[in-house]
Design a protein around this ligand. Structure first.
Ligand SMILES: Cc1cc2nc3c(=O)[nH]c(=O)nc-3n(C[C@H](O)[C@H](O)[C@H](O)COP(=O)(O)OP(=O)(O)OC[C@H]3O[C@@H](n4cnc5c(N)ncnc54)[C@H](O)[C@@H]3O)c2cc1C
Length: 500
């Protein structure tokens, strides 16, 4: 660290982005203090434990393991010294409305058998589809996600234009996937993954076939103990580094002298001086609520008009029996009959679809310690619209209707007695994301990833109009998802260290 570098950095929020940026800065020799609003770190990567039932409240898919490995290696550490990774096989089972299902997996022989049931002879096109996704993955990761863009000129540099063409940024994910597959069911099974970004496949960039590539070729993993094991790993690293991580400490305001961030004011009135401030809390919320400056108000207004991702209704169910035969696979997707219409209701109507698609995680299939012996912990994620001005929804009532729908569909799989075996239940609605995690509009994945909201166009990791103020997390470049936020932490740490 040079003599003119700031010596004390305050990080607002201990989500995965805040934890990773703190670890990187501490590793580079900076004094770091992290303030977290909640009573424990992790943010969206949350966990609930109740009488032997374990639940990952947010992420359940550990994708792009190489990005985690790189982060640990940059910190002179190894993932395997902190948690054990288990490869999930099969990747998941997708249930169609008519009771049919397909099991997706990385094993090509098994996959060919499955695909041929729906479209005989499709394997060559499937491999081409994966190869195209692989190209998008490599180009995105190397040329666009892993670097800061400081100007529009850098983003649209002549060398990048052919790459953008390769990334098919002007094409839509569903339409592009439909070129490879004629079967309506395969089209559905190989497009819903854009919901990992909180976006409709009918509206997302074709580039995101990289999602199918990463999970079907690189595989889906699960840390023993769940995704929260990653949070615990970072918390341990921060302890090893001597970083102060203070929970139950919401930040009320970022202190400014003119346009220079000088520290933070906590809700309890404590003022903490800092040479730089890194905000991990959702960026649109930070401009809206934490920055008392007219320019910030203006920016907050601009950000509110941007496009946001979906939200979710989540159920966490502890059951005093196990459904090993009925739900034999860890990750399960149940697709709506009106596939396209269900996305329109989420993204144009900002509500819960009448017949929603949903996801069920049965983690005890991979890690039996997730529930007491013979019992079960299930997580159900139902994508719904984010909270939009002018759209009134009675969420308790809506959640009850969604639960009834989920139970009806599970009953088709002989899960007929679930309600009777329910011994624990928790439910999150979009209000949880807005009120507990301070996510703008309760949007689970924050700003959408349209072409005009990625790369140079996504909010930068350093504030444009304020000095010494930086951002890390899903609403900043490069975007959402745990591994992508780890990349954000790398880019933000670089900018803090460079001082611009
Ligand atoms: C239901 C769900 C499922 C998901 N599934 C996956 C998945 O399977 N795989 C995957 O890779 N990604 C998944 N994601 C996305 C992933 O969780 C996020 O992209 C990632 O965790 C975001 O991390 P972050 O650091 O940007 O923000 P956050 O996790 O939102 O962290 C921000 C932190 O700031 C704190 N904070 C806010 N305001 C203040 C304040 N004023 N003072 C102090 N602290 C404050 C918050 O409490 C929070 O802890 C999922 C997300 C959700 C919601």
């Amino acid at each position: 660290m040079g003599g003119n570098h700031p010596s004390h950095v305050v990080v607002i929020g201990a989500g995965i982005g805040g934890l990773a940026v703190a670890a990187r800065l501490a590793h580079a020799g900076w004094k770091v203090t992290v303030f977290e609003k909640q009573d424990k770190p992790g943010g969206r990567v949350g966990s609930v434990v109740h009488q032997g039932f374990h639940f990952d409240t947010g992420p359940t898919l550990y994708l792009m393991p190489e990005v985690f490995d790189q982060t640990f290696s940059d910190l002179d550490r190894r993932c395997e010294d902190y948690y054990e990774l288990i490869k999930v096989n099969p990747n998941y089972r997708i249930h169609f409305h008519d009771g049919d299902h397909i099991q997706l997996q990385s094993d090509l022989t098994a996959m060919e058998r499955e695909l041929n049931r729906f479209e005989p002879g499709v394997m060559t096109r499937y491999l081409e589809f994966l190869a195209e996704g692989g190209r998008s993955y490599d180009v995105s990761l190397k040329k666009f996600l892993s670097r800061n863009f400081r100007s529009l000129g850098e983003f649209f540099a002549p060398a990048h234009l052919p790459l953008m063409f390769q990334l098919r940024v002007l094409k839509k994910h569903y339409a592009e996937t439909a070129r490879y597959f004629h079967s309506d069911k395969l089209r559905r099974a190989l497009t819903f993954q854009t919901m990992y970004l909180g976006s409709s496949p009918f509206d997302s960039l074709a580039t995101y076939t990289l999602l199918q590539y990463t999970e079907l070729v690189n595989g889906i993993y699960f840390p023993r103990g769940g995704l929260y094991a990653v949070v615990e790993a970072f918390a341990r690293i921060l302890r090893e580094q001597g970083v102060e991580l203070i929970c139950d400490a919401p930040v009320k305001e970022i202190l400014l002298e003119g346009r220079r961030a000088t520290g933070v004011l906590l809700e309890d009135g404590t003022r903490v001086a800092a040479d730089a401030v890194v905000a991990n809390a959702d960026l649109p919320y930070v401009y809206d609520a934490l920055l008392p400056h007219p320019d910030a108000r203006q920016e907050a207004g601009r950000l509110k008009r941007k496009k946001y991702t979906s939200s979710a209704v989540m159920f966490y169910w502890g059951l005093d029996r196990r459904y090993e035969r009925e739900l034999p696979v860890h990750h399960n997707i149940f697709l709506a009959e009106d596939y396209k219409g269900s996305f329109e209701q989420i993204f144009s109507g900002y509500r819960a679809p009448v017949d929603p698609s949903f996801y069920v995680s049965a983690p005890a299939r991979t890690d039996p310690s997730y529930a007491p012996p013979g019992q079960e912990s299930l997580v159900v994620l139902v994508p719904v619209g984010h909270l939009e001005d002018g759209v009134q929804i009675d969420w308790p009532q809506q959640s009850a209707a969604i639960k009834a729908h989920v139970l009806r569909r599970l009953a088709d799989f002989w899960v007929t007695d679930l309600q009777r075996h329910l011994v624990f239940e928790a439910c999150y609605t979009p209000r949880y994301y807005r009120d507990a995690l301070n996510l703008m509009k309760g949007s689970a994945f924050s700003l959408a990833h349209d072409f005009l909201q990625v790369g140079y166009f996504r909010p930068h990791n350093k504030a444009d109009r304020f000095e010494n103020l930086y951002f890390v997390g899903g609403a900043t470049h490069p975007g959402t998802g745990v591994p992508i936020v780890l990349i954000s932490a790398k880019l933000t740490a670089e900018r803090v260290m460079q001082g611009n």
